[in-house]
Ligand binder design. Sequence first.
Ligand code: SD4
Length: 324
Amino acid sequence: MINRRNFILGSAFTSLTSLLGFKRAEISKRTLISAEASPLVISTWNHGLPANEAAWGVIKNGGKAIDAVETGVKVPEADPESNSVGYGGYPDRDGKVTLDACIMDETGNCGSVSFLQHIKHPISVARKVMEDTPHVMLSGAGALEFALQKGFKKDDLLTDKARAAWKRWLEKSEYKPIVNRKNHDTIGLLAIDQKGDISGACTTSGLSWKLHGRVGDSPIIGAGMFADNEVGGAVATGMGEAVMKTLGSFLIVELMRGGMTPQRACEEAVGRIAARQDYKSFQIGYLAINKSGEHGAFAIHKGFSYALHQGGENKMHNAKYLIE
Ligand code: SD4
């Protein structure tokens, strides 16, 4: 006998199954599209060129996007000339280099580390968090302990050059986080492999001279980076607080799910920041890709550049922007 409760449950079940049926149809349609998508690697700033090259090495040999993104961002992490990522990154106001990173694969699995010290490749620790623990994020001393248990080596990440820059900053100790508009910053990297699968990674030493303990957007899934294999992916660079307040990368992916192009979605996400925050005083840059291999890029200020490896070329491009 169908009573009222069973009826309500029954209709809820019917609508859920029809929704799932619809979802499956949508997914298979998208999968068809993805089969035609050309593989690509895209990443933020000039250090994106060598990062893309390394990631492409994985993809061209039939490797997975998740391996490509990790391999790619490890290049600037190890480069002492990259002032905002890993080894050589500028320290916080106390002279400590503290790192944030996150990674996400084609199944929606993800891992991150924040406020991690002494480890040259935080992205690889984030991947271990993703693969070897039931958690998403480890932070600070716990993240370091985990890394050491996993066999990572403790390093001094403060280079002489970064120490000298910090000493110069100390002369005035003006606490004004400067988000540079030049060609060095966080690396966010997205990739589509030959199967059409999407993954993303993001890694940074964060804002120079930040308060000790400050964590930015880069290790926050959905803020600094987000990837959904049905739709696409997005990464952010710039003033992390503004990205966190709007959950920018998740927003971009959801806007693309709703039908926006990657370009329009990046513009809309910058627009959300501009609508409510004092946006002229800082920089934000977004990159996005969709499942069809289209990309978009948009920034608040002129000067945000990105590297795109697609169709046999690895080249720098200048993003469009809101204001000069
Ligand atoms: C942060 N978005 O920690 C990162 C770093 C960055 O210029 O892009 N800095 O806020």
